[in-house]
Design a protein around this ligand. Structure first.
Ligand SMILES: CC(C)(COP(=O)(O)OP(=O)(O)OC[C@H]1O[C@@H](n2cnc3c(N)ncnc32)[C@H](O)[C@@H]1OP(=O)(O)O)[C@@H](O)C(=O)NCCC(=O)NCCS
Length: 377
């Protein structure tokens, strides 16, 4: 057999490379399915807890299974004095994604089953991680405002409890329903960068906490979940609908990457964005500040006049969160609350049929150089 020639260039960004087989979700242009269920079915109808169960268990829960799963989530919500101590000693100016990553990483040191990568233990850890993430964020949001964190309410579901813990009776009436849908839409997305990061870590046989911490690190970047926060920064820079044409013209001239636009897989439409767009449109009606949604609509038209880019999940999620009263710099961390179930499902899938992920690189540097003592270089 003749030896196969190495490719002249490595596929940049691994575009088109299939890095793993998965039965968790299918992402194709315009379509997203979780375990065979189209998100168009799940997003308007399901509870986040049902979707988390689906991702972790391969099938939607029956009523008794859902009740038991919800109970397990409720029981896993409380934060230890150690974790509360970290939150209290963290600067109020810290970035929420850094806080989430730090506290989740720290929580591994209290995890009784940390080193156990067996399926049952990982399932219990996935429940603990999924339950704690919104509680950590809500407590941090309170501390940022100079308020005392409040205890979780066992009578409330995932999204409603987060809303109450973060906002108390100041919460927008629609917040639990809207956030429930947002968490579902963000829950899972094939081999996105943070999931890939989590799987690479899992494939070394590191534990679920290490893997989720890797996922949180990758999600923060502005080309991934960081685009949620980036969208709000952009909208504030634009400032008004009248400024849109000049902003877009200058943006294209300077090769600016408009946050919330473009996607590696979705070339025509991101199937998640229609739900979020409709939330943003509705919520702006009772919003007193800058008309961000109007600016967004004008931006979409103007950007697409120059070049077609679909808006992605982050674009209208950003304004949806803002209109619900969530500070602009916390949008990416809301994304993380939804995505944790997907990361955990991928860690379990990776550990269920593992092989170290270790691709090669195409060396493009010099060869054959000779070492000499520092004094004679
Ligand atoms: C999501 C994203 C990282 C996908 O990147 P990708 O598949 O590697 O695509 P590329 O960055 O190679 O983009 C291809 C072309 O489209 C342009 N492009 C892609 N997204 C763009 C954006 N948001 N604004 C302006 N131009 C964009 C690139 O500049 C490039 O142009 P070129 O062909 O003239 O060189 C990219 O679209 C982006 O940076 N978007 C903004 C950040 C964002 O919203 N991220 C969240 C993703 S869910």
């Amino acid at each position: 057999m003749p030896e196969e020639a190495a490719p002249a260039v490595a596929p940049q960004g691994l575009e088109g490379v299939v890095a793993a087989s998965t039965s968790i979700s299918s992402v194709q242009d315009g379509f997203l399915q979780y375990r065979g269920y189209n998100i168009d079915e799940l997003a308007p109808n399901a509870e986040y807890e049902e979707v988390a169960y689906l991702l972790l268990n391969n099938e939607l829960p029956k009523a008794a299974e859902l009740a038991a799963f919800k109970k397990q989530l409720v029981e896993a919500r409380a934060l230890s004095p150690y974790l509360m101590g970290i939150l209290r000693s963290t600067s109020r100016k810290a970035q929420a994604m850094d806080v989430l990553r730090t506290v989740i990483s720290a929580s591994s040191t209290e995890e009784p089953e940390e080193a156990d990568n067996a399926r049952d233990a990982e399932y219990r850890k996935a429940i603990r991680l999924t339950a704690k993430m919104p509680v950590i964020l809500a407590a941090f949001m309170r501390l940022q405002k100079g308020e005392e964190p409040v205890a979780p309410d066992p009578s409330l579901g995932h999204a409603a409890n987060f809303t109450r813990m973060a906002f108390g009776d100041k919460a927008a009436a629609l917040a639990p329903r809207v956030l429930n849908t947002c968490f579902i839409l963000q829950a899972e997305h094939g081999m996105n960068a943070s999931t890939f990061a989590a799987r690479i870590t899992a494939a070394t046989l590191a534990d679920m906490y290490a893997s989720v911490t890797s996922g949180l690190g990758a999600l923060k970047g502005p080309l991934h979940g960081g685009a949620t926060d980036g969208t709000m920064i952009m909208l504030d820079q634009v400032g008004s609908v009248a400024n849109v044409p000049a902003f877009v013209k200058k943006g294209f001239e300077n090769k600016y990457k408009f946050p919330g636009f473009g996607h590696r897989v979705y070339r025509t439409v991101d199937p998640r964005s229609k739900f979020l767009r409709s939330f943003a449109a509705d919520l702006q009606k009772s919003w007193k500040g800058t008309p961000y949604y109007d600016i967004q609509e004008a931006l979409v038209e103007e950007v697409n006049r120059h070049r077609h880019f679909p808006v992605n999940v982050d674009y209208y999620a950003a304004t949806t969160y803002t209109f619900l009263g969530i500070p602009a710099e916390l949008g990416t961390s809301i994304f993380a609350i939804g995505r944790v179930a997907g990361w955990c499902a991928h860690v379990m899938e990776q550990h269920g049929d593992n092989r170290l992920i270790r691709p090669e690189s195409l060396y493009t540097g010099p060869t054959g150089k000779k070492w000499a003592p520092a004094a004679s270089r």
